[in-house]
Design a protein around this ligand. Structure first.
Ligand code: ADP
Length: 458
C-alpha cells in the first residue's frame, strides 16, 4: 500500500492513509445504503417510506461517491495521487449539491461529509484547495437556499426558518473548521520549510567541512613530501660534498701523470688521462647534485628538446652498453620547451638508468618525441624490461620507494624527476599495460611562439 510511484515525498507519506479512507468510504457507503434499503423495504424497522425523488437522488449520489472512492484508489495506485483526491472531492461536492438541493435546507440531516472534505483538502492538498472547497460548500448552501426560495414561491408558501438557521450555522461551523485547519496547515508547512532550510544549511556546512579536511590532507601530504625532499637534499649535498673532496684527490693524483711521460710508460700515462677525464665528468655530476640539493633556482631557457635528446645519445649509449638497443624517433621540426637544460638531461638519464636496470638480458630502449594537442611536447620513453606491477606503479614516484636491493637503488630517481618536471610546468606519468615493459610519458609545455622565434634565431 505504501509502495506507490508518487514523486512528492509528503504525498507519498499521505498516500497510504488516503487509500484506507477511500477504501473505507467505498465499502461503507454502499453497505450503509443496503442496510437502509433493507430496513425500509422489509417494513420491519420503519414505516416511513421516503419520497421517491429524494430516494433516487440519494441512490444516484451514493453510486457516484462509491465509484469516485474506488477510482480514486485506482488513480493513487498508478502514482496520480493528487488527481485521485481531486476527483473524489469534486464528485462528493457534486453529490452533496444534488442531495441538498433536492431535500431542501430544512431536510438536511447531520452530515459529516463536508468536514471530511475540508480535512482532506486542507491537510492533503494544501491551503488553496481548502479555501476553494469551503467556497464550493458555501455555494452549495446558497444554491440550496435559492432552490428553497423557488420551491416556496411556486408552492405559495414561505421559506422555512429552520432551513435558514441551519444554513447559517452550517456555514459558520465550516468557516471555523476551515480557519482552524488553515492555521494548522500553515504552522506545519512553516516548520517543514524551516527544518528543510536547516537540513540544507547542515548539508552545506558538512560539504565545507569535507572540503577543509581534504585541503588539510593535501597540505599534510605536501608537507611530508617537502620534508622528505629536504632530507634527500641534505643527504645528497653531504654525499656530493664528500665526493668532491675524493674526486679532488683523484684529480690531483691524475695530474701527476706528466712525470710518467718521461719515464717511458705510455700505457699508464694514457690510462691516467682517462682517469682524469672520468673524474672531471664525475665532478660535473656531483656539482649538479650539490646545486640541486642546495635548492638553487633552476635556470630555465628555451631549447629544442629533439636536439638536446640527440646530444644525449652518446651518453645514453655508454649507460646501456652493448646489450640494449637504443632508438630515437623525433617528429619533424623543432620541439621547443622552456626548462633548465641540465635538469632535462638528468631527467632523461634517470629514466634511462631505470630502464637499464629493468632489462635483465637484452632489450630495447625507445624514445619517441613529438607534439601533443598543439600545447605540449610529448616524450614517450619505452623499455621492454620486466615492467611494473600495479602496487609498484602507485608508489614509484614516492621518495625513497625502491624495489632494488640495498646499495643498488635509493628510491629517489623518479621522485626527483617528477619535481623537476613539475617545476618546469610539465607532467610525468606511466602509460600502457603493466608487466609488459614500461612507458614513461613526459609532457612539457610547448614554448610559445615568441620563444620559438627566439629559439630559431639562436
Ligand atoms: P630507484 O631506481 O633508486 O629504485 P626510482 O624512484 O627511480 O628509484 O624508481 C622507483 C622504483 O620504480 C624502482 O625501484 C623500480 O621498482 C620501479 N621502476 C622505475 N622505473 C622502472 C622501469 N623502467 N621498469 C620497471 N620498474 C621500474
Amino acid at each position: 500500500m505504501s509502495n506507490i510511484p508518487v514523486d512528492d515525498p509528503v504525498d507519498r507519506r499521505n498516500a497510504p492513509f488516503v487509500q484506507v479512507l477511500l477504501l473505507f468510504l467505498g465499502v461503507f457507503i454502499p453497505l450503509n445504503k443496503s442496510l437502509f434499503l433493507y430496513a425500509v423495504l422489509s417494513g420491519r424497522w420503519t414505516r416511513v417510506v421516503p419520497d421517491a425523488t429524494a430516494l433516487a437522488a440519494d441512490l444516484a449520489t451514493d453510486v457516484l461517491m462509491t465509484s469516485a472512492a474506488w477510482t480514486g484508489v485506482w488513480l493513487i495506485r498508478r502514482g496520480r495521487f493528487r488527481q485521485g483526491v481531486h476527483l473524489f472531492l469534486g464528485v462528493v461536492m457534486l453529490s452533496m449539491a444534488i442531495i441538498y438541493i433536492t431535500t431542501g435546507m430544512a431536510g438536511v440531516g447531520f452530515d459529516p461529509m463536508p468536514m471530511i472534505l475540508l480535512a482532506l483538502a486542507g491537510l492533503i492538498l494544501g491551503r488553496r484547495t481548502l479555501w476553494i472547497t469551503l467556497a464550493t460548500l458555501l455555494g452549495v448552501i446558497a444554491a440550496t437556499l435559492v432552490a428553497d426560495l423557488v420551491r416556496a414561491a411556486l408552492g405559495g408558501g414561505a421559506v422555512s426558518v429552520t432551513g435558514l438557521g441551519k444554513a447559517v450555522s452550517l456555514a459558520g461551523i465550516w468557516l471555523l473548521i476551515a480557519i482552524a485547519l488553515d492555521r494548522t496547515v500553515a504552522a506545519l508547512r512553516n516548520s517543514l520549510e524551516e527544518s528543510n532550510a536547516r537540513g540544507q544549511a547542515l548539508a552545506l556546512a558538512y560539504e565545507r567541512l569535507q572540503e577543509e579536511v581534504r585541503e588539510r590532507e593535501r597540505t599534510r601530504d605536501q608537507l611530508v613530501h617537502a620534508q622528505k625532499m629536504e632530507a634527500v637534499g641534505r643527504l645528497a649535498s653531504g654525499v656530493a660534498h664528500d665526493f668532491n673532496n675524493v674526486l679532488g684527490i683523484i684529480l690531483s693524483y691524475a695530474a701527476q701523470r706528466e712525470r710518467l711521460a718521461d719515464r717511458g710508460a705510455p700505457a699508464l700515462y694514457e690510462a691516467l688521462g682517462d682517469v682524469d677525464l672520468a673524474a672531471r665528468r664525475a665532478l660535473t655530476i656531483s656539482r649538479k647534485l650539490l646545486s640541486f640539493s642546495r635548492q638553487e633556482v633552476a635556470r630555465p631557457e628555451v631549447f629544442d628538446a629533439a636536439a638536446s635528446l640527440r646530444e644525449l645519445m652518446p651518453m645514453l649509449k655508454q649507460l646501456f652498453g652493448a646489450r640494449v638497443r637504443l632508438q630515437l624517433e623525433c617528429a619533424d621540426g623543432a620541439l621547443p620547451v622552456r626548462m633548465d637544460i641540465d635538469r632535462f638531461g638528468l631527467v632523461i638519464i634517470n629514466i634511462a638508468a631505470n630502464a637499464r636496470d629493468a632489462i635483465t638480458d637484452t632489450g630495447t630502449f625507445h624514445i619517441q618525441a613529438g607534439r601533443l594537442d598543439g600545447a605540449w611536447v610529448c616524450l614517450d620513453l619505452t623499455d621492454d624490461g620486466k615492467g611494473m606491477p600495479e602496487d609498484v606503479r602507485t608508489q614509484a614516484f614516492e621518495p625513497f620507494f625502491t624495489t632494488k636491493p640495498s646499495g643498488m637503488g635509493t628510491g629517489l630517481g623518479l621522485s626527483v624527476v617528477r619535481d623537476m618536471l613539475l617545476e618546469a610546468g610539465g607532467k610525468i606519468d606511466l602509460v600502457g599495460p603493466p608487466a609488459q615493459g614500461t612507458t614513461v610519458r613526459i609532457l612539457l609545455p610547448l614554448a610559445v611562439d615568441g620563444e620559438t622565434a627566439q629559439l630559431a634565431s639562436t
